[in-house]
Each structure stands twice: as C-alpha cells, then as structure tokens.
Write a protein that binds this ligand. Structure first.
Ligand SMILES: [Zn+2]
Length: 125
C-alpha cells in the first residue's frame, strides 16, 4: 500500500468519525417533554422544565415518575422487577424508561421548535 493511499483512507475515516460525532450531538439533543404511554396509549405529556411528580396509578400498578432539574426518573414503582426504578435518569431526545410489567413507557421528545437550523442561524447572524 502506498503512503498516499493510507493517508486517503485515514482522511476518510476521520471525516466519517467527525460526521458520526456531529450526528450524535444533533440527533441526541436535550429533550423538551416527557411523553408517558400506558399500554400504547398516551397518558400525558409533561415539560422537562417543570419539576414535578407524576403518579401513574392504574389496573397494571403504580409508578411514580419524577421530573427534576431537567431530568426524568422513576422514583418508585410496585412492579415485580423494579427495572424502571433502577434505570438512570433520562434527559435526551429518544431516551426511554420502560416498565414492562405495567406496560408503561416514558419517552423524552424534542419539541417542534428545536430545529437544528435555528442554532446555526443564531451563530451566523
Ligand atoms: Zn417497573
């Protein structure tokens, strides 16, 4: 292999790596809301900016979801596995906490106003 070929491959890999990092930064940006779904149906949407405690109490069981300092975590649940309670706090768009026994999903979503072009506009203005 010639040295130039090697440099070309290294350059391509470096570019791919940079694109990968940029994609991660832009796609997995901080979320705006927590959408809670029970059995596939929307239970409620809560802004991450408001510290609150959401008690979801239904036929499947009870979960206490907490929004605190822009993060969301399961404070308490009476499910048999307790996986949701041990889950790390979530705060990025696309992150989820799932309570399988209770058919409950809490997902972080980004609002419609969080367009990546906005940030670019703000810096070039
Ligand atoms: Zn659970």
């Amino acid at each position: 292999m010639k040295k130039r070929d090697f440099l070309l491959i290294a350059a391509v890999l470096a570019v791919a790596f940079v694109i990968f990092i940029i994609m991660n930064v832009f796609v997995k940006k901080p979320g705006d809301n927590v959408v809670v779904k029970v059995d596939g149906k929307e239970y409620g949407t809560y802004p991450l900016s408001n510290d609150t405690e959401i008690v979801i109490d239904n036929a499947y069981g009870k979960n206490v979801l907490v929004i605190e300092a822009g993060k969301c975590y399961m404070k308490d649940a009476d499910c048999r596995d307790g996986i949701c309670v041990r889950h790390r706090p979530i705060d990025r768009s696309g992150d989820t906490i799932i309570c399988l026994p209770h058919k409950l999903v809490a997902e972080i979503t980004a609002g419609a106003d969080s367009n990546p072009n906005e940030e670019i506009d703000a810096t070039t203005r």
